[in-house]
Design a protein around this ligand. Sequence first.
Ligand code: SAH
Length: 478
Amino acid sequence: MAKTTKKRRGPQTTAKVELDLPVRVGQTVEVEITGLNHEGAGVGRVEGYTLFVDGALAGERVRARVDHVKKNFGFAKLSEVVEASEHRFMPPCPLYDRCGGCSLQHLAYEEQLRHKQQIVRDNLRRIGGFSVEGEGAITVHLTLGMSDPWRYRNKAQVPIGEENGALVGGFYAEKSHSIIDMNECLIQHQVNDEAVAVVKKAATKLNIAAYDEVRGTGLLRHVVVKVGVKTGEVMVVLVTTEEPIPQREKLVEAIRSEVTGVSSVVQNINPDKTNVIFGKKTVTLWGSDVIYDYIGPIKFAISARSFYQVNPAQTEVLYNKTLEYAGATGTETVIDAYCGIGTISLFLAQKSKHVYGVEIVPEAIADAKRNAELNGLGNATFEAGPAEVVIPAWKEKGVRADVIVVDPPRKGCDEALLTTILEMQPERVVYVSCNPSTLARDLKVLAERYEVKEVQPVDMFPHTGHVECVVWMSRAKE
Ligand code: SAH
C-alpha cells in the first residue's frame, strides 16, 4: 500500500516517491492536453493520472517536466510544445513567463472569452446541479470582452528594491523576496508605467534607499499609482517606512514636472514588517487628497486607500448589465449588499425610488455617502455592518425590497443572508460574482424560490484567469 505522507507543495521527500504513481518528480513526459482548469493551467493525463501543466493549451501535445506529485494529481513545467493549438498566441510581454500575473496571455483573446464562459458553465453544472446544455438549460452567454484588451488597469502597486545601487520596481520573483525590475506592464495604463519610472529614476538620483524586506531597513516600500481614466487625473502614492523623506521637495518636484496629468502626490507611512502595502497614516505632499473618475455618468472621489474597480471600462459594462437585470424603472426599492464605496448602489439610484447599501468596512461607507452627495443622489441610504445582520434588521423595520443585488467577496454570501433573501422574497435577485464556484453553491440555495433567467460573464481582467459574472434570478411563480 502506498505510504500516506503529509501532503505539502515543496521539495519532494523520498517517502513521497514511494507513492505508486505512473510519473515521478524530475521525469519528462509527453502528454496530450484535454482542457484548461480554472487557474488557466492545461490538464492532461498520463495513464489516467492527472497532470497540470502551466502554459499548455487544450488540444496540444506537449513535453513537460514533472515537478510535484500528489496522490491524485501532479504538476509539471512546460518544456516544449510538440503540437501547438491553433489558438496559441505569442505572449507580447517579455516578462510573461516570470511574472505569473497573466496566466492566459498565450491563448487568443476570443478563446479566453469562451474559456471563461465554459468555467461558469462547468461550475453551475458540477456544484450547482444546474442543467447548462439542451432543453431547459439555463442561458450562460458568451463572456463580454474588451475590443482592446490591453492597458486596461487604472492602478499599479509596485514593490521597490535595489540592484547595483539603483532602485528597481516590478514584481517578486517566484518564491523569493527579490524584485524583478519591470519597465512596462502591458495590462497597465501607460501613465502608471511612466509614473513608476519617474519615481525610480528620481529617487535613485536623490539616494533614497529602498526598503529591504528581510533586514527591515530602508525607506521606500511601494509606489502606488492611480489614474482616473475619464478625467486623466493621476495620483502618485509613496509608501515609506517613516515620515521624513530626504530631499522630499526635489522628489515631489520631479513627479510634478514629469508625470502627465498628476494632480496629487501622497505619502503613506507603513513602519510594520508586513506584506500589507498600506499603513495607517496618509499625508498629502502636494495637490489634492483625491482624484476623480466617472463610471458612466456617476462621479467618484478616489483617495489613496479607497477601493475602486481596476478596469473602469469593463466595470461600466458590468454595472449596465446589473442595472438591466435589476429591471429598475424608477419605482423600485433596491438593496445593494456588499456595496463597497457605493458604486453599484449609485448606478441603481439613477433608476430606482430608493437604494439601501450595506458594507462591512466603515471607511467604504463614508466614501459611499460622500459619493452620493457628489452626484446629488439623495435617494440612497448606506449603513456599515455585515450584510447578514443589517439586512434582517432593515426587514424588521419594515423595509421591503423589489430587487436585491449582491456582490460578495470570493467566499460568496453568508448563509444567513441567503435565508433572509428567501424570506424577503424580492421580485428579482441580481448576483454579481467574482468566483463561479461559490456563485454556483449560493444559486443552488436560492433556486428553492428563484429561477435563473440569464448568466452573463464579463471579462474584467483580460489575460488573467479571473472570471466575473452577473446573474439575473426571478421569483418563481407559486
Ligand atoms: N460592489 C462593490 C464592492 C464589491 S467587493 C463594487 O462593485 O465596487 C465585496 C465587498 O464586500 C468588499 O467591499 C468587502 O469589504 C465587503 N464585505 C465582505 N464581507 C461582508 C459582509 N459580511 N457584509 C457586508 N460587506 C462585506
